[in-house]
Design a protein around this ligand. Structure first.
Ligand SMILES: Nc1ncnc2c1ncn2[C@@H]1O[C@H](COP(=O)(O)OP(=O)(O)OP(=O)(O)O)[C@@H](O)[C@H]1O
Ligand SMILES: CC(C)(CO)[C@@H](O)C(=O)[O-]
Ligand code: BAL
Length: 287
């Protein structure tokens, strides 16, 4: 595996790759890699001749400085996992490399209401930071395909919008959420849970699964979401949201009428043991 820390070196290398007509798949990450990330590498490998992974803990998307400080960093293990997965290129830039202009920015992307609900509401500025770094990374890597996880569903929709805004000719592939054997969505932040909290954490998945099963039975699903939120509270979680939404025209909309044939998802964010966990599930249709 090639390792590049400088964007100019990576760009030069990728120019040669493109000259030989090889397609490039790209998997951006913040490291502390687990099998969820590796499933994205596999998906990229299936469809491309060369796969680039980036590891960069992006400061501009952290609204909470404590979350940034505590973000797990396991570079040695990550490199081994990427090598074992036959990744072709790792891009491992520094903050100075990615933000020579400094962390403040005057530029604002127009992500519409997608930025004001769920993650956008509880992590102000987060999606502007995601947009800024993904835009920079895409300008450097210029991939044919971009592989991202459904676990961060709203992020996928934000990036889809970013591709429209920037007219970058990149195919976004949304890959399914990898789960632990009990159903908990794999996440780098899971490593910060105590053993007792880790056992409890599965309740998030169970809440979504119950909503999915009841959705088809015609029960009043919005009430079901309130009950599920209360149930999580009773179990010691501090939920920020547990919402049922329509996926429509590339955005998410709260449901105020019967959803018809639209794709419907349930999305949740909850604190447990000082760790913020997110997950989502499709209740009807497909993404
Ligand atoms: N369980 C998973 N299954 C599939 N893809 C995943 C999973 N977890 C993360 N990803 C995807 O991997 C990419 C990199 O995510 P990131 O590095 O933030 O990992 P993470 O485990 O979600 O970390 P954190 O939970 O701390 O946000 C994103 O596209 C994300 O959606
Ligand atoms: C897409 C991303 C790598 C941008 O920093 C990050 O938000 C992530 O890991 O999901
Ligand atoms: N997985 C999305 C990146 C973040 O939590 O900041």
């Amino acid at each position: 595996m090639y390792l590049f820390k400088r964007s100019n070196d990576l760009k030069k290398h990728l120019e040669l790759v493109r000259k030989s007509n090889k397609s490039v798949g790209f998997v951006p990450t913040m490291g502390a890699l687990h099998s969820g990330h590796l499933s994205l590498i596999q998906a990229a490998k299936k469809e491309n001749e060369v796969v680039v992974c980036s590891i960069f803990v992006n400061p501009t998307q952290f609204n909470d400085p404590k979350d940034f400080e505590k973000y797990p960093i396991t570079i040695e293990e990550d490199i081994k996992k990427l090598n074992d997965a036959s990744t072709d290129i790792l891009f491992l830039p520094s903050v100075e490399e990615m933000y020579p202009e400094g962390l403040q920015s005057g530029l604002q992307y127009d992500f519409g209401t997608l930025e004001t609900i769920l993650e956008g509401k509880f992590r102000p500025g987060h999606f502007q930071g995601v947009g800024r770094i993904v835009h920079k990374l895409l300008d450097i890597v210029k991939p044919d395909g971009l592989y991202m996880g459904q676990k961060d569903l709203q992020q996928c929709l934000i990036v889809r919008r970013l591709l429209e805004i920037t007219h970058l000719p990149v195919k976004l592939v949304v890959c399914p959420t990898e789960r632990e054997s009990d159903g908990l969505a794999k996440s780098s932040r899971n490593t910060r849970l105590s053993p007792a909290a880790r056992k409890k954490a599965v309740a998030i998945y169970q809440a979504l699964e119950t909503l999915r099963q009841n959705f088809g039975k015609g029960l009043h699903f919005l009430e079901g979401a309130h009950e599920a939120m209360d149930d999580l509270k009773a179990k010691g979680f501090e939920p920020e949201y547990l919402d049922i939404l329509l996926v429509e025209n590339g955005t998410l909309r709260h449901i105020d009428e019967p959803p018809g044939n639209h794709t419907v998802v349930a999305a949740v964010a909850a604190w447990l043991d000082g760790v913020r966990l997110i997950d989502n599930m499709v209740l009807q249709g497909s993404l």
